[in-house]
Write a protein that binds this ligand. Structure first.
Ligand SMILES: O=C(O)[C@H](O)COP(=O)(O)O
Length: 294
């Protein structure tokens, strides 16, 4: 199956920001540059943010920074329950509040009881002022890295428009093409291909190296930035991705093993046997948690 390669790079992460983030992760004992010893396997959890206030109003959102609805908050908490027994070492979110809210709310349900801490490495001063000076406390935290590259696709001049009204004005086929095709750009917005160019580049440069050294990762992002990442993980073609739809607040689990991504579906419940039957390390982690609580 031909995997899709992105023709347009389009975006490059700022080197200084990446270097600063690296120093912060090192200080949190998440050494992004640990020698490339490949571990057996690691868990990758993907979650689209819970329902946002513009999802509720059926408005094109894109990179407009709107919060969750009460329903979205509940979805985030339910997502946390469903991943509460899965191992987690580092979290990546977009720069948008709906993804960050979802990540932080989900972690209130995790049985590891660790505190998710948003990494501030925008400037050297931000890094210094947000430092943690207790090794014990650091061990009880999970770094949350914000990355604009994981933002929702920028919907251009559709942002703020009602999806139903837009379909009535431009036709259902045109709106479906703007929303779901790979190459078509909304007016002055990003195509999915352009979104993939930044999201998957970030995934390969920053997230995959963490999985390679056995770190367990959660990515909380958006419908289209995650659709582009799943295209890469599942080797979907530009035709196949048209039918890929992601619900709000539903965790998706992958196992990363020998540089391959194995899709394991969505943990239906915190004790869903199926999830833990897949890999010994997940089952052992769950037993360790159970032991802590006996
Ligand atoms: O940005 C938005 O409007 C939603 O997050 C996703 O919209 P879509 O389902 O129309 O791509």
């Amino acid at each position: 199956m031909r995997s899709v390669t992105n023709k347009q790079s389009g975006f490059s992460s700022s080197k200084s920001h990446a270097a600063c983030t690296f120093r912060v992760l090192s200080s949190l004992q998440i050494n992004a540059n640990v020698p490339q010893t490949t571990e057996n396997e690691s868990a990758l959890i993907l979650i689209r943010h819970g329902e946002s206030m513009w999802n509720e109003k059926n408005l094109f959102t894109g990179c407009v920074d709107v919060p969750l609805t009460e329903k979205g908050v509940k979805e985030a908490i339910e997502a946390g329950k469903r991943i509460s027994n899965l191992p987690l070492d580092i979290i990546y979110t977009s720069a948008l509040i709906r993804a960050q809210m979802t990540a932080m709310l989900a972690l209130t349900q995790h049985r590891c009881m660790k505190v998710p801490i948003i990494v501030h490495s925008e400037t050297e001063q931000a890094r210094r002022w947000s430092q943690i000076y207790s090794e014990g406390t650091k061990k009880q935290s999970i770094p949350v890295v914000k990355a604009w590259q994981l933002n929702e696709r920028m919907y251009g001049e559709l942002q703020g428009l009602n999806k139903q009204e837009t379909a009535e004005q431009y036709g259902k086929e045109q709106v479906h093409s703007w929303r779901r095709s790979y190459y078509v750009r909304p007016p002055n917005g990003e195509s999915l291909e352009m979104c993939l160019g930044r999201a998957v580049t970030f995934f390969k440069e920053h997230i995959e190296p963490q999985l390679l050294i056995g770190r367990h990762v959660m990515v909380v992002a958006h419908a289209n930035s995650l659709r582009s990442i799943i295209m890469y993980l599942d080797k979907l073609t530009s035709q196949e991705v048209i039918n890929l739809e992601l619900s709000t607040g539903v965790p998706m689990l992958y196992i990363y093993k020998e540089k391959n991504f194995i899709r394991r579906g969505s943990p239906l419940g915190s004790s869903a046997a199926g999830v833990y039957a897949y890999t010994e390390s997940l089952a052992m982690y769950r037993q360790k948690l159970d032991g802590n609580f006996q």
